[in-house]
Design a binder for this molecule. Sequence first.
Ligand code: HEM
Length: 147
Amino acid sequence: MSPDESGILSARPRMTAEIMARTGLDENKLTELVHRFYDKVRADAVLGPIFAARISDWGPHLERMVEFWSSVALMTGRYRGAPMPAHATLPVEWDHFKRWLVLFRETAAETCPPEGAAHVIERAERIARSLYMAVEDARPRTVPSLL
Ligand code: HEM
């Protein structure tokens, strides 16, 4: 993918430009959001250890998360990954997702204009619910005996 004449790196530059104008978001704001958010996550007594158990090199994770948010918030198509399997086996309950969302909402309000914060928060809440359902689905369960 290469930037179009407006300098926007996106599979759909016109749509991305429209979202940027409407929300006040751009790649720089999303990069700041992601970095500040994971600073808080890493310092968090509950979430920090769960991430530390899986991620030793934060550089590639942060890059991937900027691509993810660029794709989700600006429709750039920069992220090509699979979030579901990355979460399915994590030792988490809905309370962990609630804590994740508290930190995310807080960081979005600090780093984005109000329309932009509302835009990313709405998407984070929706994705958190589907990731939680994936975690629940993957949990080993015993099938009740028919006899
Ligand atoms: C309880 C809350 C959460 C925890 C503890 C958590 C933890 C993690 C961990 C440990 C990884 C790295 C997995 C690995 O590389 O082995 C990861 C990756 C990722 N997480 Fe989360 N996460 C949470 C919620 C969310 C939410 C709500 C979103 C989206 C809104 C999200 C999006 C992602 C994405 C896109 C990746 C990268 C997947 C990939 O392409 O490999 N996570 N998460």
